[in-house]
Write a protein that binds this ligand. Structure first.
Ligand code: ATP
Length: 303
């Protein structure tokens, strides 16, 4: 890794007609980390990613990659998995991968070697000579991910990489992301599913309605939210209402997140639950990113 800042955005704005898709967003993505761009549908994540990749240009503000460069000038060092995923149906899988590697400046023999190696490593070895149209959706996404990585980029940007994947392939995607960090690469990915980010990200930025509402290291962001308890239980969740020391409860039926008041005594909270429901687990921790996001958005100026 021979750069210290992977991506920098300074007060960036992007408008589509009357729609202000991105409103004054600044981001700093250090090299060598996994960075999550989080927010609900329509928040502006894809627009931010497209500006980072120089597919769109900012109306105002500055965007740069790899220590102040324009993405177009260093495209061979970047890998990009777009949100709209699709492959050239009639091409054979191995040929397609080789073709994309060649576009990124890899010599033909080496491109073939890498395509073979990646397909073998990720369990798609027998697909090399078959056409892309025969791939299932999940397998197609896997091939597209391998295309994103085949030129061994320094910075990889994945737009909603987990969407449409089954649990096995979600784990594979997570493992690939973790491996890239071990290899000293930087990974930025977008998602609206907070739990995915919670598991792997070093840093996160929460985006809502085109604005950044919160960012920082995952531990900073989570510890800003106070204390919570996770309760796994069986029984009637209604009985968990109005517990002493609990400011709010996010109840999913079998699991509840209890947001504790500042001065709450967790032992007393636990004691108050005993006898109401059957406790399978009671765990003290920081609030979930989901809760932190809801709070941050609730307090944000949407004007
Ligand atoms: P999702 O999770 O649903 O993909 P997102 O956070 O990636 O959402 P964007 O796709 O960046 O959000 O969209 C942000 C806003 O900008 C939306 O209101 C969207 O309709 C608008 N927008 C995005 N691209 C365009 C475009 N090319 N033309 C017009 N409006 C656009």
């Amino acid at each position: 890794m021979n750069y210290s800042t992977a991506v920098q955005l300074d007060k960036v704005w992007k408008r589509f007609g009357a729609v202000e898709a991105v409103r004054g967003v600044s981001l700093h993505v250090p090299a060598g980390c996994i960075y999550g761009l989080l927010g609900p549908n329509g928040a502006g994540k894809t627009t931010i990613i497209r500006m980072i990749m120089s597919i769109f240009f900012a109306d105002e503000g500055q965007v740069s990659v790899l220590d102040g460069q324009d993405a177009a000038a260093v495209k061979d060092r970047l890998g990009y998995l777009p949100e709209e995923k699709g492959l050239y149906k009639k091409m054979k899988v191995g040929e397609l991968m080789t073709y994309f590697a060649r576009l990124k400046g890899i010599e033909d023999r080496e491109a073939r070697r890498r395509a073979d190696e990646l397909l073998q490593r990720y369990g798609l070895g027998e697909w090399r000579e078959r056409r892309c149209e025969a791939l299932s959706k999940g397998m197609g996404q896997k091939v597209q991910l391998l295309i994103t990585l085949i030129h061994e980029p320094d910075l990889v940007i994945l737009d909603e990489p987990f969407s449409g994947l089954d649990p096995v392939n979600r784990d594979l995607m997570r493992d690939v992301i973790l491996q890239m960090r071990r290899d000293g690469k930087t990974v930025i990915f977008s998602t609206h599913i907070m739990e995915q980010a919670e598991q792997v990200c070093d840093y996160v930025a929460l985006i809502n309605k085109g604005k950044k509402v919160l960012d920082g290291s995952l531990s900073e962001v989570r510890s800003s939210g106070g204390r919570a308890a996770v309760l796994d239980y069986d029984g009637d969740g209604h009985l968990l209402r109005d517990l002493p020391g609990v400011a709010k409860i996010n109840d999913s039926g079998k699991q509840a997140e209890l947001l504790l008041q500042e001065d709450a005594d967790a032992q007393q909270v636990l004691a108050a639950i005993l006898g109401k429901v059957q406790i399978r687990r009671f765990d003290l921790r920081e609030p979930s990113l989901h809760e932190i996001f809801i709070r941050a958005v609730g307090g944000a100026d949407d004007a």
